[in-house]
Design a protein around this ligand. Sequence first.
Ligand SMILES: [Zn+2]
Length: 256
Amino acid sequence: MRLFDTHAHINDGRFENDRAEMLQLCFDAGVEYIMCPAVDRETAESAIALAAQYEQVYAAVGVHPHESKDVTPEDYDYFKTQALTNPKVKAIGEIGLDYYYDFSDKPTQMREFIYQLELAREVNLPIIIHDRDAHGDILATLKEHGKGNYGIFHCYSGSWEMAKECIKLGYYISFAGPVVFPKSTKLKEVAKEVPLDRLLIETDSPYLTPPPFRGRRNDPSKTQFVAEEIAKLKGMDVDELAAIALENGKRVFNIT
Ligand SMILES: [Zn+2]
């Protein structure tokens, strides 16, 4: 199976002791591409370092809503320079709104989200959206401030109604481990409906480990379980589904 994990924090500290071995196992299992997102300056730097080290790894730069209260103008200068000059930097992300935790207050999250929408347009890169319990505000903000933006709803958690709107606005819908959880009946319905040309798969490693590995550290090789679940829902061959999702990932991130 050929796999593109479109969202994996392989720069996370939990991979500190065995990152090289873990990645080799992923490559051996068919993972051909990994997008490593940033959540702040430090993780942008480590994502970029891994992208330089591994041909299969690509990086995104940006600030997560949790970290948005700490971002500096110098951080944005760094993101912009990297976006414009580093060929392995393929997206601005992850950016968005998180109303589940309040690590940064809502106005701050919103301000930095809007700023990064503009940054993405300036450097002509897709955005990777983090949307937790903020569906309404994310869509409203994209409509008001995101004309010309495009990209990915990472770890999609909304309804099919919302997905249709996202797709119309130019976004891809990316599914992670939760689509495999037996209780995710609504999400399974969404995955079944999403058109094949807008579908992506991811792990959000080291988080959101799908069954049968729940409770353990997630890694990009587990993308195959997301592919298997969605292939089953759509009644299609898993290799074919994984290959389509891989090509979609290459298209949205402009990987040639
Ligand atoms: Zn993430």
